[in-house]
Write a protein that binds this ligand. Structure first.
Ligand code: MG
Length: 432
């Protein structure tokens, strides 16, 4: 049985932390796409819109016969041209993950960046596209585990984007679609906030109502923090051909249910003005560590040295009994060791604080800009991090080659001056 396009829906939201929405999407059957823009000021928004409009024009001109890679490359050309002509837009870029449904339910995928395509077939959810991201590179080269990648501070940094060069490598492949397949395109504002298991649960539960499914996915990402713009586009394949004028094929909806929601910033969700991830980072102040050491120091000796009060009515033991003397001697002998141990712990904590405050490393923030961080590259929790940004460069991580990124993001600890000097080399080269 061949498959045909059924219902579709899309929903985009600015999230809870960003004032604007730099995501764009295309939902013009049989073409669907998500673009996640990045760059200074409004440039990210411009880049994603340019890519989306190139795709929309292609589908309006050529219909299902459009050349998906050519349309993506046209978007790349427009963004790159614009960034050369307009200094405010220099270095802007966007991801693009697009799906074109062809005859018999063949799905052509075109992909650049870390937006994703998924397929729900039966109960199984499968990620169809590889992330062109820094953490995906680190996982592929064995430097970090997939679990470490999920909470990695640089998980939003992409390594391939439209618009940053005259040419771009586009991943393209074809899938044999089947009736009942449900496809999802989404920006990393979804997948950075909720895991695949939750995506699968929501799609499975809401698949009878696709507009609701996309809204529920966005709501789940917002409930998990909504740190980035969130965009979801989904469509289904049904049995083909659909019976003309009769009952819809199983799983098929009416065209009237097709919904494309224009991104609208939800002012109610703003709980801060464009708060970026790095502003929530916490560097432990020295007094915090001192307080911890003092508290330990004060509490521990009690446990070892305070004599236990005799139970009421109990006879006071003779102080000179050999047993008591031996025990109190034993306690006295222990005391210097306990004090030494506590002093060692305090010194270690103090050394840790000094290390964290003096050490610097190079990374990138959630918008892909190169950043010098003070501290060490560890997250205690998603909100408590042992580093903070001390220098943010206008250079974007994906403007560097893969070799340059691997060398720069090795997380080796450097002095602040050396870290800034390493970034300055790229600023000089790329920001002429
Ligand atoms: Mg994003």
């Amino acid at each position: 049985m061949t498959a045909a396009l059924g219902r579709h829906a899309a929903h985009s939201d600015s999230g809870r932390r960003r004032r604007g929405n730099e995501d764009a999407f295309v939902a013009v059957p049989p073409l669907f796409a998500v673009c996640d823009g990045m760059g200074g000021a409004l440039a990210g928004e411009l880049a994603s819109r340019l890519a989306a409009s190139a795709l929309e024009e292609a589908v309006h001109e050529s219909g299902p016969g459009l050349d998906l890679v050519a349309a993506i490359l046209e978007g790349n050309r427009r963004i790159h041209q614009r960034s050369l002509a307009d200094p405010a837009a220099a270095g802007m870029g966007t991801t693009v993950t697009a799906m074109l449904v062809g005859d018999g339910g063949t799905v052509t995928v075109g992909h650049v960046g870390d937006s994703r395509a998924y397929r729900l077939r039966g109960d199984a959810l499968e990620q169809l596209t590889p992330d062109h991201s820094l953490v995906a590179e680190l996982v592929r080269t064995g430097q970090i585990s997939p679990e470490e990648a999920e909470g990695h501070p640089q998980r939003a940094v992409i390594t391939r984007a439209l618009g940053t060069d005259t040419n771009v490598e586009v991943d393209v492949f074809h899938l044999a679609g089947e009736p009942g397949d449900l496809y999802l395109l989404c920006s990393d504002g979804l997948t950075g906030m909720i895991g695949d298991a939750e995506v699968r649960t929501i799609l499975t539960r809401e698949r009878a109502d696709l507009p609701r499914a996309t809204r529920e996915l966005v709501a789940a990402a917002n409930a998990a923090g909504g740190e980035d713009n969130i965009t979801c586009v989904c469509f289904e394949l049904v049995d083909a051909p659909a019976p003309a004028g009769g009952e819809p094929a199983p799983g098929a909806g009416s065209p009237g249910e097709q919904t494309a929601v224009i991104p609208i910033a939800d002012e109610d969700t703003f709980d801060g003005l464009d708060i970026t991830a790095e502003q929530t980072m916490v560097l432990p102040a020295p007094e915090t560590a001192t307080g911890w050491a003092e508290g330990t120091d004060a509490a521990e000796p009690d446990a070892f040295t305070a004599p236990a009060a005799p139970p009421p009515g109990a006879e006071t033991p003779t102080p000179t009994t050999p047993e008591v003397t031996r025990r109190s001697h034993h306690r006295r002998r222990k005391l210097p060791y306990v004090i030494a141990l506590l002093a060692l712990l305090a010194a270690t904590a103090a050394a840790g604080v000094v290390l964290v405050s003096r050490a610097h490393f190079v990374g990138a923030d959630s918008r892909g800009r190169l950043v010098v961080y003070q501290g060490v590259p560890w997250d205690i929790t998603s909100h408590v991090r042992l580093y903070r940004a001390v220098y943010v460069s206008p250079v974007l991580a994906f403007q560097l080659s893969q070799q340059e990124r691997i060398r720069l993001f090795d997380h080796a600890l450097r002095s602040k001056r050396l870290a800034i000097a390493e970034i300055a080399v790229f600023e000089h080269e790329l920001l002429r």
